[in-house]
Design a protein around this ligand. Structure first.
Ligand SMILES: CC(C)(COP(=O)(O)OP(=O)(O)OC[C@H]1O[C@@H](n2cnc3c(N)ncnc32)[C@H](O)[C@@H]1OP(=O)(O)O)[C@@H](O)C(=O)NCCC(=O)NCCS
Length: 179
């Protein structure tokens, strides 16, 4: 049984390793690239996992199996006064060795449960590469709805990919949603 919890600075090395693996194995799924990631010092991950009172809606969750970090997801808040009720889901990844066992859904449910507790937060958005049907299915069954498509959003090895734009109102309980 996996353990889902907030990541802390002591998880930085495992977090950096899992990010690099994600970007190497799924270049089309992420806007960040393995090349960029490989340049980042460990201090970048330590800082990212250190709570920052000026960014109260920034948080990262990990899924652990037998003590090993095998999945992750993050939330980035927006903090300008007119948009501080929004935050963006980032970096959803479950290692192939642990996939199809409900960890992706459990990570997203943990994120949504926490997000609902933050009083100013009203909606969370995300993007998913067009054609990534497993991820899009997961998001749809957790209550996210498609509100648009950005054509030619990213270039991976010279090939354009569109991004599907999705949003979930936090306090709505859509029928069928499991998150
Ligand atoms: C997408 C991803 C996070 C799903 O993680 P997971 O732990 O395998 O997902 P779960 O086991 O919680 O399953 C969630 C849903 O996704 C579906 N799903 C997962 N992998 C699937 C696949 N390869 N094909 C079809 N459906 C799939 C499951 O059927 C499940 O839906 P269900 O409960 O209705 O059956 C994982 O496959 C992954 O990291 N993929 C590569 C990176 C990526 O695409 N990240 C998303 C970036 S936006």
């Amino acid at each position: 049984m996996a353990d889902i919890r907030l990541l802390v600075p002591a998880d930085a090395a495992a977090y950096a390793t899992l990010r690099l693996q994600a970007f190497e194995q799924h270049p089309q799924a992420f806007t960040s690239s393995a090349e960029e990631e490989a340049q980042k010092p460990l201090s970048w991950s330590v800082q990212r996992l250190t709570p920052d009172p000026s960014k109260p809606h920034d948080a990262f969750w990990g899924a652990f199996e037998a003590g090993d970090l095998v999945g992750m997801v993050g939330l980035h808040g927006r903090y300008r006064p007119k948009e501080q009720h929004n935050a963006t889901v980032v970096g959803m990844y479950v290692a192939q060795t642990a996939s199809h066992r409900g960890l992706g859904r459990a990570l997203l449910q943990a994120l949504l449960a926490q997000a609902r507790q933050w009083p100013t937060l009203e909606q969370v958005d995300l993007t998913v590469t067009a054609g990534n049907l497993s991820a899009q299915h997961l998001y749809e069954t957790c209550g996210f709805k498609v509100y648009g498509v950005l054509p030619h959003a990213v270039k991976v090895n010279g090939q354009d990919h569109a991004k599907v734009l999705m949003v979930r109102r936090l306090h709505d309980t859509p029928t069928q949603a499991r998150g």
